[in-house]
Design a protein. Sequence first.
Length: 146
Amino acid sequence: MTVKQISVFVENKPGQLAEFTKLLQQNKIDIRALSIADTEDFGILRIIVDDSYKAVCVLKEAGYVCSVTPVLAVEIEDRPGSLVRVLDILGDNGVNLEYSYAFITRKRDSAYMIFRVADNDRAIEVLNQNGIKPICQGELSELFGE
């Protein structure tokens, strides 16, 4: 019940993100979610794409340093307090959240969050026990009509 996140090291200078996204565009790789954490010299670009295997091959061939990490994708109601509920469930059950970011789909009244946690299996277990079902890679593709 995880999705594949690709983390890519990118130099922190003008035009690098545009160059990166053009490479994906040229190879018909669609970005589903994106997050950037930066330092003075480089950034860590985290992406969820429609074809992670193809993306990693393209990126490595172009000289990018990247890795694939399993992360949780969770559908929550698009209303105030929904994120608080999920975060409380994780925290109350001792699941450490390393980072998180959001993405959208065409599905109305739903929001989606990516969670990187220390223990995916434990997080999935406690979320399921509380009626929150993380989505898998295939379900993610279905959200985008693939």
